[in-house]
Ligand binder design. Structure first.
Ligand code: UT7
Length: 331
């Protein structure tokens, strides 16, 4: 894919995490696991999760407000809200509509987009197309997740990984040559059975897969997803670089989905990118699905890691199975 028409870019970015910290030592009290195993196999030390009675969408509201403030854009000027989530508080109203109401983006249309952990790169891709055609000018992409709500706290294979959080970006017109230069998104539905979160229906196979037959929780075949993730992150990154006529040496910063340090390290190794160019925060926050990339981007911005003219790659993978990447030139 290449962009056409009006150029778009990220005008403001925000990230928010719940206050509650759940450490590996806390998890040792809940399931048969150890801090050592979790650190060695995932790189995660602690994660942030919502309180039981706290909805996820309010994190999205806070992240959206930060992004709007940074962009200097009034919520009333937003044309469209796209919330990427695989854990909406409600199926209806959508999380986008809940956020629209809270921030007062009265003129915005609003819908949710589910591409699991790849959601934010999918969301940026969709937003850039609306702007390229001139259909909309300002779009709020909010990645808002509450994985702790669908976690099986008796399944040690998954409960050590997932967490909650939200990130948001205001996407709008950008000077030519800057902003979103390339995007690549894809899906391999034939592998979708490897991560499932049932909602209104569940197959017999998926009931049997769950240790507790607890229907509304996440289940995952971790090693299959891990293999897919490394390959997908490498090939999606190579695709956007090739399409832009760039090489890995041109990249100043890579912001991968924060799922597992082994996945990130393997993908970086295959690409020939040193870890020093990657933003990694999974040790503190765990895997908060589509929110992980915008939160890491927000932290990179706050930490002055983004400079004018930098080429930045965002790359993710997740349930579906899906994958995707975005190439930015920072201004
Ligand atoms: O955002 C996208 C979502 N998904 C992912 O990113 C997940 C990708 N996959 C992974 O991150 C890894 O596959 C996991 C971290 C989930 C698991 O690591 P692994 O190296 O693939 O381990 P495994 O599933 O092959 O399990 C190895 C052993 C098993 O024991 P046996 O059968 O060899 O005796 C597991 O039962 O480790 C055991 N195990 C644990 N032991 C202690 C699994 N989970 C735990 C645990 N604590 N929490």
């Amino acid at each position: 894919m290449s962009n056409f028409g009006y150029t778009s870019g990220i005008l403001g970015i925000g990230g928010v995490l719940p206050e509650k910290v759940l450490t590996n030592f806390d998890l040792e009290e809940i399931v048969d696991t150890s801090n050592e195993w979790i650190v060695q196999r995932t790189g995660i030390h602690s994660r942030r999760i919502l309180e039981k009675d706290q909805p996820a969408y309010l994190l999205g509201v806070e992240a959206a407000k930060i992004a709007l403030n940074e962009a200097g854009i009034d919520a009333k000027d937003i044309d469209l809200i796209i919330t990427t989530t695989e854990t909406p508080d409600y199926l209806s109203p959508s999380t986008s509509c809940l956020i629209q109401k809270e921030i007062g983006a009265d003129k915005a249309s609003a819908f949710d987009l589910n591409a699991a952990c790849s959601g934010f790169v999918y969301g940026l891709t969709v937003a850039s197309q609306f702007i390229a055609t001139g259909y909309y000018k300002y779009i709020l992409v909010v990645a808002c997740e509450g994985l702790s709500k669908v976690t099986d706290w008796e399944d040690r294979k998954t409960c050590i990984l997932f967490s909650d959080g939200a990130g948001a970006a205001v996407v709008g017109p950008e000077q030519e040559g800057y902003g979103i230069l390339q995007t690549n998104i894809g899906a391999v539905g034939s592998l979708g059975h490897n991560i499932t979160i049932p909602c209104c229906y569940i197959s017999q196979e998926d009931i049997e897969n769950r240790p507790n037959k607890n229907k509304r929780v996440v289940w995952m075949n971790g090693s299959e997803v891990l293999k897919f993730a490394v390959r997908a992150m490498e090939s999606s990154t190579r695709t956007i670089l090739d399409n832009a006529g760039l090489t890995v040496d041109d990249i100043s910063l890579i912001i991968p989905h924060q799922a597992n340090i082994r996945i990130i390290d393997n993908a970086l190794k295959r690409l020939g990118i040193p870890e020093s160019k990657a933003v990694i925060n999974l040790d503190k926050y765990g895997n908060n699905s589509s929110a992980s990339i915008p939160i890491a981007l927000y932290e990179a911005k706050k930490g002055n890691k983004l400079n004018k003219d930098d080429y930045v790659v965002l790359v993710g993978f997740g349930g579906g199975l899906t994958y995707g990447s975005v190439l930015l030139k920072w201004r």
